[in-house]
Design a protein around this ligand. Structure first.
Ligand code: GDD
Ligand code: MG
Length: 379
């Protein structure tokens, strides 16, 4: 006899309306969920994970750049699920955004913050939700500093006792925080006022503690990162490349831990040390040293004797002879002239022109279309 396993063939809503302010300047031209991790937009990683776990229909609650989402994702069939992009006229807040699509929901629904990379087991979470007779289940994860997150206190049966968004240090009594994945029964949205800005974190969850509708916490020790924090961005790419989290990224493993997506031109006398993910149409000229964990986006041109180590480059960057990149991020379409060094957490956004013999370091951030003359920046 088959056991009745929890089926995740339910609807999911992903909240992708935030402005991604903390990730600027990377998010100046690219909404946070579209930021690439290992050469694939983050939202695609999320959708593929949902698809793999049995979710068939996803509503994206977006606030701006809806067309960019529609263009990239279409109806979702390329990723094996149905995707609806729903745009808010005004920011509705996390719970208000779901209220806005309430007519599309029925029964238990998965709701995701759109900036979390995790390998949480959704089927196990649903089985927990059902076994508790829960109406609202919040995935929890331990963190070192809960003051940046939503703190969740539970009793011994995992029933939520207190929810404190961005608590003060003196109010922290647990290291378990809201991990940004919920299962919420559609009935709970009767408590959310229509057509106004309303948050789960400061509105619905505190209200449910008053109404007594069953609300449970589901703690796990799965991989978990909020990609919306800048110091995490390099680290998350790194984690994917070293396999700390299993995430399918584009490319075929042509050599030990070197993945290449499509046609590339790699000249003689180039040293490649994995883990490396290299996009289609990349050219790497003679004498270059590319040391992982490093991601090189499609159609980048890496000039002669360039050194790259622990860096993430998006598409169409052009590095001239002798450029050196270490622990830094380059967005799209930048040109870096010969001999320039970019290191130490520097972030260059998109379409910048960086002259020869500069030194960019110590977390410097270049806004889109910045122009830097030859030999004008050094530390
Ligand atoms: N559609 C829509 N509309 N989405 C929104 C809106 C809105 O008005 N406001 C925020 N979002 C989306 C963001 O895009 C993001 O995916 C998610 O809601 C959470 O917003 P963040 O701005 O990233 O919040 P946070 O990281 O400070 O805190 C949240 O996540 C933590 C986990 O990372 C809270 O849920 C915390 O309680 C939680 O611990
Ligand atoms: Mg966040």
């Amino acid at each position: 006899m088959r056991s009745v396993a929890a089926t995740t063939a339910m609807k999911a809503v992903i909240l992708v309306g935030g402005l991604g302010t903390r990730l600027r300047p990377l998010t100046c031209n690219t909404p946070k969920p579209m930021i690439p991790l290992a050469n694939r937009p983050f939202i695609e990683h999320m959708l593929l994970r949902l698809q793999e776990q049995g979710i068939e229909e996803v509503i994206l609650a977006v606030r701006y750049l809806a067309d960019q989402f529609r263009e990239t994702l279409g109806d979702g069939s390329r990723l094996g699920l149905r995707v609806h992009v729903m745009e808010e006229a005004e920011p509705m807040g996390t719970a208000g955004a779901v209220k806005n699509v309430e007519h599309m929901l029925d029964g238990d629904t998965f709701i995701f913050n759109g900036d979390i990379l995790t390998d949480l087991d959704l089927r196990a979470m649903l089985a927990f939700h059902q076994s508790k007779g829960s109406k609202t289940t919040i995935a929890l994860t331990p963190v070192d500093d809960p003051t940046q997150f939503g703190l969740v206190e539970m009793n011994t049966e995992n029933r939520v006792q207190r929810f404190l968004e961005k608590p003060r240090a003196e109010d922290v009594r647990t290291n378990l925080i809201n991990a940004g994945t919920y299962i919420i029964h559609a009935d709970m949205f009767r408590y959310v006022p229509p057509n106004q800005h309303y948050m789960f974190e400061r509105g619905l969850f505190p209200v449910l503690l008053q109404t007594g509708d069953p609300m449970f916490g589901y703690p796990t020790r799965n991989y978990w990162t909020d990609i919306g924090r800048p110091h995490n961005y390099l680290e998350v790419n790194h984690d994917i490349l070293i396999g700390r989290i299993q995430v399918p990224f584009p490319g075929r493993e042509v050599r030990n831990r070197i993945w290449i997506d499509g046609e590339t031109q790699i000249d003689d006398d180039v040293q490649l040390v994995g883990p490396l993910v290299i996009g289609a149409g990349v050219h790497i000229a003679r004498g270059a040293n590319i040391i992982g964990p490093t991601v090189i986006g499609a159609r980048c041109h890496i000039g002669p004797n360039v050194t790259i180590e622990d860096a993430v480059l998006w598409e169409e960057n052009r590095l001239e002879e002798g450029v050196s990149l270490r622990r830094c991020v380059l967005g799209r379409g930048n040109t870096v002239k010969s001999g320039t060094v970019i290191t130490d957490g520097a972030i260059v956004s998109d379409h910048c022109q960086i002259g020869a013999e500069n030194r960019l370091e110590r977390g410097i951030r270049l806004w889109p279309e910045s122009v830097i003359q030859d030999q004008s920046i050094s530390f």
